[in-house]
Design a protein around this ligand. Sequence first.
Ligand code: PLP
Length: 393
Amino acid sequence: MISEKMIKLTESNSVIRAMFEEGNRLAATYGRENVYDFSLGNPSIPSPASVNESIINIVNAEDSVALHGYMSNAGYPHVRELLADSLNERFGTDFTLKNIIMSAGAAGGLNVVLKTLLNPGDEVIVVSPFFVEYRNYVSNFDGNLVIVPACKNTFQPDEQAINDAITSKTKAIILNSPNNPTGVVYNEDSIKKVATVLEEKSKEYGEPIYLISDEPYRELVYDDVSVPFLTKYYKNTIICYSWSKSLSLPGQRIGYIIIPSEIDEYELIFSAAEIATRILGFVNAPALIQRVVAICLDEQTDIAAYDINRMLLYGALKSYGFDVVYPQGAFYLWVKTPKDDKDFVAAAKKHNILIVPGSAFGCPGYARIAYCVSKTQIERSLSAFRKLAEEVL
Ligand code: PLP
């Protein structure tokens, strides 16, 4: 028999599988081009050409044994050094390779950090709506998820609500900006207020509360919006970054963790995170793709197509009368549902539109539309959205 924990997780995962299967069923009935699947956050823009070129060059140039061998759990020193230099140039920081652990994407990084920090029963605050997997990641290490709603309408973190949710058991808070699912970028003012709360509460309880910044969408921002770099605002910040979206490499599993030197218990945390990388079975982030990202540090997927999709869909939905949060980053639209979000999603499905109810992100009354799809899909879907609006608004 499988573990009780996995029985529960398997049951909840069947909802996602059911949605996927429903998409296939609709496609078989109506034709793939007549099904408007906006349910997945899977990049649709190819990686820059330099990514594939680097793979070929590395494979041709490197000694095969060295190329495929183990390395230190934190990753190749030369990759971490180049990365630290690049971050320092971009953000005015002073990281070295000793502040960086290469990870298997943000998911791998978050699991390493949570394993490093959590004792059973420790609380981890998340701001809702939040990335669904946080629930699983926190439960992996027997932590308790504490859900704190974001501010109404703006979806910025609510510092007063965070303040009220902190207890002596609070070990960490996870912030994700640009945010999945709202597309909102947490602004400097919000970050400063959250940092003040965390500082005061850490002092009050005599233990640091760690801020874990989950940043797979850092580079996916529009309208020249800037994303605050959180180590500058709060010293006990740990960053989990990923190239899954910024270089369209989600299947390659590559990202990094930044553990700044000024963090409380830096030495212990860094070495524990290296060991956690090994114990969780990653051993090290994938070798070849570490070398690739080191060559492509100044590269980024061309997000112009996401931007076009964003404005096309946002403008159309507004004109049909939907209440949509203006998206500044990532590739999601967050729409207020005129009725129960699950009923709304079911109504959308009748028009062959597949979207995710807000309750899946801990925020009923909304739905997420992932616009990382082809522009053609969006254009074809517009009349279905218009009919949906006529029906439900
Ligand atoms: N965090 C957020 C908010 C995400 O949306 C995702 C993926 O969609 C992840 C983490 C995990 O990304 P990855 O492990 O591919 O870097």
